[in-house]
Structures are given as structure tokens and as C-alpha cells.
Design a protein around this ligand. Structure first.
Ligand code: F6P
Length: 341
């Protein structure tokens, strides 16, 4: 069987380890051949492929980004759509697709599978917001990077007796903020799931400062203070029509300073969280998911994706994978909040 692999949507560390896992298992055990689609669905629609043999994936598990490139192309736009894509696959002699991507990618994969294409999925979201899988690769790396950055912010905050605000990724959910904030000993963690008043934030900041600590406030980009209706966005829409987030930290800093009188600085970590080498945990998870993706292609499990459940790799249907966001449950936030202030 000849399989085309694509990576689509925002990148994150571990994508290359998935590709390598699938190619190694596929070529060595499952008698499969591989090609790579360049730049996600764009490569599928345009029939733009590159070779993907064992030698092409040598040493890439530790490499950040994706050797295939990625984009947020919608495969139903332009020259896309199921019939044309199937014609392209037939012309290229490709029997099936492994689509590595998040919500948007898997939604497109589901529509194409419903129309008869042979596709399996591998979940990818640095925000760790897909309910159908316990963890996604890239998340652990992002948390490590954010934690290290916060440790650094704390020493400069201490030197100047300042309040430091660290903004991390997290469009709909606050997992990166919760984990990195807990690891760094933050005095407040603000996440999209919990609307919080500025008075409450100021109380936590004052309480930390009163104990002689330089307050650290961690905020997820999708956080909405209780006086606002929507998450802060000032850079228009992305290719999926979603508001580009980012900048809430810079908005909060002057408000905190004004209410508390404590000099405050904000740092937005942004795409640094998605770059560079994956952690060992992410490499292992990504490799296992890639290997399992090769296996489910062999089984012909079209319309299903691999997922981590506990410590085992299982499979779930696209519809289940798309059904629900994995938000931070109340008890996990309350547990962290006991340490605020
Ligand atoms: O969905 C993952 C994510 O990193 C979000 O946390 C963030 O809002 C978005 O992608 C950024 O996307 P882009 O790389 O297109 O700027």
C-alpha cells in the first residue's frame, strides 16, 4: 500500500517523530510505502508530494517543526473537494492518507472520509484541547519552555520587586497556563474557562507582594476578564476565520499596576512555545502514535484516529474526536487556585 502523510494547521514539536514512527513501522513491518504531501492539504489538492523513505526520516524525532511543511489550507476550497482529490490520489498512485492535525484538519478529514476517501488521523494540538485523547504531543514541550521562561521572569521580577505577567498559548483552554503556572509557582493563573475580575487578580498580586514576593501572573491568550465579552484579539482573523489571539498580557499589566500600585511588566511567549526540540515524553508519544497510524491504515480503519487513553494507544472515530473540547475541570482549577496569592 502507498500512503501519503500530511501535517496541517499550526505546527508543534513532535510532528517529525510521528512521521518517522509511521514510516519506520510501515516500511519495516507493514509492507507500506510512503510519500509526503507538502504543506498540509495544499499538497493534497495540488498533488505536490515529496519522497518519504526510511532514509528521509533518519534522526528527525528530535527535530522541531515538520519536514513536510504545514498550512491552514481548506481542502474543499479552490481545486479541492473529494472527487478532484481522489483523481489526484489515483494519478499519484496513493491508496490512503495519514492526516496529522487538529480540529480543523480532522473536520476536513471526516468530510472527505464520509465522501469515500481513505483517511486516518493523528491528533495534534499544542493546547492539549482534544477530549478524545488524554495528551497530545507538543503540549509537554510547550509547558517545559513556558516553565523555564517563567523561572527566568521570576528572578528579574525579584530583582526589581515587580509583578511579572507571562502570557502563554491556549485559545479555548488553559492547560499550558495551568501546568506551567503550577510548575513555576505562579501567584495567579488566568485561563479561558474561568472569567475572573481584575479586583481578584489584584488581590492575589497584593497578597504575594505583601509577603515580599515578586508576583507572577500567568495568563492564557484566550482568557477573558469578567469585564470583557471576548478574548483579546487585535490582529484580524486566521485562515480558518478564527480571531488571531495574543496581547492580553500587555492589556492586563497596566491595569494591575494601576489597581495595586506595583510596577508590572508583561511578556508574551508566543510561538517560542511551538518551536525547537520536543521533550523525551513528546518524542515517545509521537513515535507511538505514528506507529499506530501505520497499523490502522493496514486494518483499513478509515475515519478513525489514534489516541492516548491512559498509557495505551487506542483508536476513536473522527466524529467522537471532534465532539468535545478538553477544558480544565473546575476541581483542577480550584486545586491550583488554593496556592494563588
Ligand atoms: O491552536 C494552537 C495555537 O498555537 C493557539 O494556541 C494559537 O492561538 C494559534 O495556534 C496560533 O496560530 P498561528 O500559528 O496561526 O499564529
Amino acid at each position: 500500500m502507498r500512503i501519503g502523510i500530511l501535517t496541517s494547521g499550526g505546527d508543534c514539536p513532535g510532528l517529525n517523530a510521528v512521521i518517522r514512527g509511521a514510516v519506520l513501522k510501515g516500511t519495516e513491518i507493514n509492507d507500506q510505502e510512503f510519500v509526503g504531501f507538502k504543506d498540509g492539504w495544499r499538497g493534497v489538492v495540488a498533488g505536490d508530494i515529496r519522497p518519504l523513505e526510511r532514509s528521509d526520516v533518519r534522526g528527525i524525532a528530535k527535530q522541531g517543526g515538520t519536514i513536510l511543511g504545514t498550512s491552514r489550507t481548506n481542502p474543499f476550497e479552490g481545486n479541492g473537494g473529494p472527487e478532484r482529490i481522489q483523481e489526484t490520489l489515483d494519478r499519484l498512485g496513493i491508496d490512503a492518507i495519514i492526516a496529522i492535525g487538529g480540529e480543523g484538519t480532522l473536520a476536513a478529514a471526516k468530510r472527505l472520509t464520509d465522501a469515500g476517501l481513505k483517511i486516518v488521523g493523528v491528533p495534534k494540538t499544542v493546547d492539549n484541547d482534544l477530549d478524545a485523547t488524554d495528551y497530545t504531543f507538543g503540549f509537554d514541550t510547550a509547558v517545559e519552555i513556558a516553565t523555564e521562561a517563567m523561572d527566568r521572569l521570576r528572578t528579574t521580577g525579584d530583582s526589581h520587586s515587580r509583578c511579572m505577567v507571562a502570557e502563554v498559548m491556549g485559545r479555548h483552554v488553559g492547560w499550558i497556563a495551568l501546568h506551567s503556572g503550577m510548575a513555576a509557582g505562579a501567584h495567579a493563573i488566568l485561563i479561558p474557562e474561568q472569567k475572573t475580575s481584575m479586583e481578584q487578580v489584584a488581590e492575589w498580586v497584593r497578597s504575594a507582594a505583601d509577603r515580599g514576593r515578586a508576583p507572577l501572573v500567568v495568563v492564557a491568550e484566550g482568557f477573558t476578564p469578567d469585564h470583557a465579552d471576548d478574548a483579546h484579539s487585535e490582529r484580524g482573523l486566521d485562515a480558518f476565520g478564527r480571531p488571531r489571539l495574543g496581547g492580553i498580557g500587555e492589556r492586563l499589566a497596566p491595569m494591575i499596576e494601576e489597581i495595586t500600585g506595583i510596577e508590572t511588566r508583561a511578556t508574551t511567549l508566543g510561538h517560542i512555545q511551538r518551536g525547537g526540540v520536543p521533550t523525551a515524553y513528546d518524542r515517545v508519544l509521537a513515535t507511538r502514535l505514528g506507529m499506530a497510524a501505520s497499523d490502522i491504515v493496514q486494518e483499513g480503519a478509515w475515519g478513525r484516529m489514534v489516541a492516548l487513553r491512559g498509557t495505551e494507544i487506542e483508536t476513536v472515530g473522527f466524529e467522537e474526536a471532534l465532539g468535545k473540547l478538553k477544558t480544565v475541570p473546575q476541581h483542577r482549577y480550584d486545586e491550583a487556585a488554593m496556592l494563588f496569592g
